[in-house]
Design a protein around this ligand. Sequence first.
Ligand SMILES: *[C@@H]1O[C@H](CO)[C@@H](O)[C@H](O)[C@H]1NC(C)=O
Ligand SMILES: *[C@@H]1O[C@H](CO)[C@@H](O)[C@H](O)[C@H]1NC(C)=O
Ligand SMILES: *[C@@H]1O[C@H](CO)[C@@H](O)[C@H](O)[C@H]1NC(C)=O
Length: 346
Amino acid sequence: MRRRLCQRLSVALSVAILLSFYKSVQDIPQIILPHPLQKRIGVSKTPPTVTVLIWWYPFGKKTNIRDCNTLFKISGCRLTTNRQLYPVSQAVIIHHRDLTGNGSQLPAERRPSFQRWVWMNFESPTHSSGLEKLNGVFNWTMSYKRDSDIFIPYGYLYPKKRVGRRVVLPAKSKLVAWVISNWNEEHDRVKYYHQLSQYVHIDVYGKYHNDLQNNNVVQTVSRYKFYLAFENSQHVDYITEKLWRNALMSGSVPIVLGPSRANYEQYIPPDSFIHVNDFSNPKKLAEYLLFLDKNESRYQKYFDWKRLYSVHLAMFWEELYCKVCQAVKSAKANYNTISNLASWFQ
Ligand SMILES: *[C@@H]1O[C@H](CO)[C@@H](O)[C@H](O)[C@H]1NC(C)=O
Ligand SMILES: *[C@@H]1O[C@H](CO)[C@@H](O)[C@H](O)[C@H]1NC(C)=O
Ligand SMILES: *[C@@H]1O[C@H](CO)[C@@H](O)[C@H](O)[C@H]1NC(C)=O
């Protein structure tokens, strides 16, 4: 008896919610709609498709937009750049750089009550200007920062299905490599390079230096024992493809300059990388590299993780778009505004 009453109450409640949020009806049925009611208002039994509007292509460059189900087994997503679909989009992805670089052309139409604006940014705070103007504008954040609403690291390790017996590395004929195109004498990484290169030879590739072999970073770097995975600026969680792709995927030991060792250790095993701060100065680091060059068994220890893990590289930008769809699907119907974007991100 009591249960029936509860059921009725919940149906009544559903009706009330439905009426008040009629426009956001696509949002609601996933939560509580019982069957008969669904029929009456003509909502299909399968979860409705989530529409995710990509307001701009990131950096103004057209990207692939393929089916999320095929790519990541996330079903029921409609990704679009068609602004006509704004009124029915559950999420609108707005890429930070294009917003600040392009006269703040946020959507001008009223935001439907069910719609979330997603702030998307994968640059570091040093290279993200105009944040202060955006307090109270967005509903969700999506970035490399661990405490984002939608957290997408540039890469991560995932366990192998079967533990490997031994690790086979690409043949190594050279010692230290670095790939860099955004050369800036003011950057810590360039200053460190100048010091380190006095004690150990470093081959530099990129815009103002050597050409990559077949224009391929992994192919080029895999011949080297060590790779300088130096970030352009130092911020918590700002650990980019310089670590994941350039070093780890190449089978080269990363020498990292970025956030603290403790922060790196939240992503990769402590004995899989060398941190510049492990040494009191660049000369000591160079000596250690030369020691490892002579001691094969000690060097090999840096690859123990490969028996257990593989590297996943974030697939820019499709993985991000699809994760927004997934987030909409799993979100509770609560309202949220990022009131402190600037102070949170910096
Ligand atoms: C910048 O804004 C203009 C006008 O709103 C638009 O036509 C153009 O495509 C935008 N550029 C980028 C890179 O999004
Ligand atoms: C190589 O390094 C290991 C571990 O640090 C050490 O025990 C061993 O003596 C070293 N071998 C040589 C030849 O230096
Ligand atoms: C999104 O943020 C806006 C601006 O603060 C707010 O008015 C709206 O209620 C929020 N919507 C959702 C679905 O969280």
